[in-house]
Design a protein around this ligand. Structure first.
Ligand SMILES: [Zn+2]
Length: 228
């Protein structure tokens, strides 16, 4: 009886396949918000990767990132508090050379990654070299169009220390991305290369990028077809 009870407990606490898959990916960072997702807090806006929306803008907005949306967008009202996704040190405040206007913030983490928070409402009140803790409020969300009504969102990237590469942030942030993709997202589907139709069709297998490298998604035969 006792053994049976133990087995039942083990079954209850055993990780689900989805949870163990995330653990294997090394999801070492947290989400950039304290509040849980929802219509009055934040929702996933656009995934990292070769989303249908990124593909459409591959030669314009995302040209520098090999045609891939090289961060994750979180839709949120202007002024929503953003927290650090990990312990670290402020690397740059307002660095226009890294995009994501009107304001951005870069934090260097001891594990060698750098997180970039973009489209901020105002210049963050932090000094370069200042230490921040995971979960500490560091900035406020804004809108790249400066209206706070057209597309207010946080654009979050995870780069290497040289800032020359961006990684698939879904693999590095501990969150239930499959559930987050169910609601509120724009351009959440992935563009398909019909010569290799299974390639890059989930958040987990989107490619890392190298800034300034060639486009990765100049597909000859592609779906959906109604994009340029
Ligand atoms: Zn973005």
């Amino acid at each position: 009886m006792r053994l049976f009870a133990l087995a039942a407990v083990l079954l209850l606490v055993a990780p689900t396949p989805a949870a163990s898959a995330r653990a294997e990916t090394g999801a070492i960072f947290g989400l950039p918000f304290v509040e849980p997702p929802g219509p009055s807090t934040w929702l996933l806006g656009q995934v990292y990767g070769n989303s249908v929306g990124a593909f459409a803008r591959r030669r314009e907005w995302y040209r520098a990132g090999q045609g891939i949306h090289f961060g994750i967008d979180f839709s949120a009202r202007c002024g929503t508090p953003i927290v650090a996704i990990g312990d670290g040190t402020v690397l740059k405040v307002d660095a226009p050379e890294h995009g994501s206007a009107p304001h951005n913030l870069l934090i260097a983490h001891p594990n060698g990654y750098v997180s970039l928070y973009g489209h901020l409402l105002e210049r963050p009140l932090l000094r370069v070299g200042q230490r921040v803790r995971r979960g500490e409020v560091i900035a406020l969300t804004g809108d790249p169009d400066l209206t706070c009504t057209s597309r207010p969102h946080l654009h979050l990237e995870i780069r290497d220390r040289t800032l020359g590469r961006a990684f698939n942030a879904h693999r590095l942030i501990d969150a239930d991305w499959d559930a987050l993709m169910l609601i509120g997202s724009f351009g959440r589907g992935f563009q398909r290369d019909l010569s290799e139709p299974r390639k890059w069709q989930s958040v987990w297998d989107q490619p890392d990028i190298r800034f300034g490298g060639p486009l990765l998604n100049e597909f000859q035969d592609t779906w959906p077809r109604n994009w340029r």
